[in-house]
Design a protein around this ligand. Structure first.
Ligand code: SAM
Ligand code: SF4
Ligand code: F3S
Length: 456
């Protein structure tokens, strides 16, 4: 080890990390923790006597960005009469605002973009030498994964995540991601299988593959192209892995080979998060989504033909520029048609630098009214589905005992949270739970048996 880095390692410092944004940011934060632990840092869960404070940020909506300055303001107040910790801002706001951010808030020591986390030990070393306002926002995704691949992923939980793909080439007119995460990059299939095997060895039973456009995964080695369907085939072979999921998918990358996987893979779950954004072809065109409602519905139909119990969730943007009552009603009709099991919905938020930011916004009051109508409809469908579950038996992968110690937590194949009575030895097993009650988001029940294959 480099002498400078050894010095950091020997200094026994601590750090605190707070994460905003998507699951990929969550994954990145865990890998940042792995990097810092390797260099002798200890993770703290509170803000007392910190040596280093890290904010891993999200830029998707304006509110997410303002939260960053708010958090730094709170920290500044707390450390007014104490030695300040090193403050690192990582993630998509760091990437998008870089120098602007350093100018606006001089309490920040360094901004580090999503492709530059491997440089964190170097950044800390430079800050120790009194260097200030450091900007590490190069798009060097190959270097990032090269270095992360050499670092064991220490985050094995019953249900674990692996980022397999980064970035986006789709340029939807409303979205900042192509500018903050750069163009599409896929990790090597061997590295992913290696990371999955080590997580499984340490107890993981479910793996969710992550990517901004996970189903655009494409890796070329020795003139052979590997797609997400090839990766699923490889993961299927891993003994002790019980469930495979992937998120987030783009409708245009739902290719036949991927749809076919649902015919043969026993581990691929019958649930997919497939954001449609709007049910109006006119709005989809303005969003630059490059598919139609008819195309989206044909994917849903094809998947349900293969697996009738297939469930879908989606993201919706409500009140996009130019959205009329008719466009909005088309979205409601699509929701009634597909019957999404759950969904994320947002009011359109103008993001500077994106093409849609030039379009005239619609009345914010109308946006809010529409959002609440849409959310009520989604909730109604969700509750109807949960209600129908009463008296049925659901396969649940047991993840952990709840904090209050009396019940256990797991998820159905469709990702619905379930809280139930079971035993410690059920953790990591798939059990059948009889559903006795529900609320909007969760089901409640009692273990009735262990799934046959798991009973062996
Ligand atoms: N790649 C995914 C896809 O194409 O569906 C989405 C990833 S994006 C990080 C997550 C969600 O944020 C989007 O699906 C969209 O609904 C929402 N989003 C992105 N930009 C937005 C904006 N300007 N205003 C409101 N919601 C936005
Ligand atoms: Fe954003 Fe569109 Fe890319 Fe999704 S596909 S990350 S919404 S630009
Ligand atoms: Fe946010 Fe960046 Fe994810 S903008 S949603 S953290 S890719």
């Amino acid at each position: 080890m480099d002498q400078k880095l050894k010095k950091i390692k020997d200094s026994k410092k601590n750090f605190f990390i707070k994460t905003f944004g998507c699951q990929m940011n969550e994954y990145d934060s865990k890998r940042i923790v792995d990097i810092l632990k390797k260099f002798g840092f200890q993770e703290k869960k509170d803000l007392e006597s910190l040596d280093c404070f890290i904010l891993n940020t999200c830029h998707i909506r304006e509110k997410a960005t303002e939260k960053v300055y708010h958090e730094i303001g709170r920290l500044k107040k707390k450390y007014k009469h104490q030695k300040k910790p090193i403050v690192l801002v990582t993630g998509c706001v760091a990437q998008a605002e870089n120098d602007e951010m350093l100018k606006r808030e001089n309490y920040i020591d360094a901004v580090i973009g999503p492709q530059s986390y491997q440089n964190i030990p170097k950044v800390l070393d430079q800050i120790n030498k009194n260097k200030k306002s450091l900007n590490f926002t190069e798009f060097d995704v190959i270097d990032k994964f090269d270095k992360l691949n050499k670092l064991v992923n220490l985050n094995s939980k019953i249900s674990s995540f692996i980022t397999i793909q980064e970035g986006c080439d789709k340029f939807c007119s409303f979205c900042v991601v192509p500018y903050t995460r750069g163009s599409e990059y896929s990790r090597s299939i061997d590295e992913i299988i290696y990371e999955a095997s080590s997580l499984i060895k340490n107890g993981s039973r479910e793996i969710t593959l992550l990517g901004q456009n996970v189903n655009a995964y494409k890796y070329i080695s020795n003139n052979r192209k590997f797609k997400l369907s090839d990766l699923i085939k490889e993961l299927d072979k891993l003994k002790d892995l019980k469930r495979i999921r992937y998120t987030t998918s783009h409708p245009n990358d739902m290719t036949e080979d991927l749809i076919e996987c649902y015919k043969y893979s026993k581990k691929l779950m019958p649930f997919i998060h497939l954001p449609v954004q709007s049910g109006s072809n006119k709005i989809l065109k303005k969003m630059n989504r490059k598919y139609t409602v008819e195309k989206y519905l044909s994917i849903v139909k094809e998947l349900r033909n293969i697996l009738p119990k297939m469930e879908f969730s989606s993201d919706f943007i409500v009140g996009f520029p130019g959205e009329t009552d008719k466009d909005f009603n088309d979205t409601l009709n699509l929701i009634k048609d597909v019957k999404f099991i759950n969904s994320y919905s947002f009011v359109y938020n103008k993001r500077p630098g994106t093409p849609a930011a030039r379009l005239a916004s619609i009345d914010p009051k109308l946006q809010k009214t529409r959002l609440s109508i849409l959310q009520n409809l989604i909730e109604k469908i969700q509750i109807e589905k949960n209600h129908k579950s009463i008296g049925t038996s659901k396969e649940v992968l047991v993840e952990n005992r709840m904090k209050d110690q009396s019940k256990y937590f797991g998820r159905t194949c469709e990702l619905t949270p379930v809280i139930f009575d079971a035993n410690d030895h059920d953790i990591g097993q798939i059990i059948n739970v009889e559903i006795k009650d529900f609320n909007r988001n969760s089901l409640f029940g009692k273990k009735i048996s262990i799934k046959k294959e798991d009973a062996a």
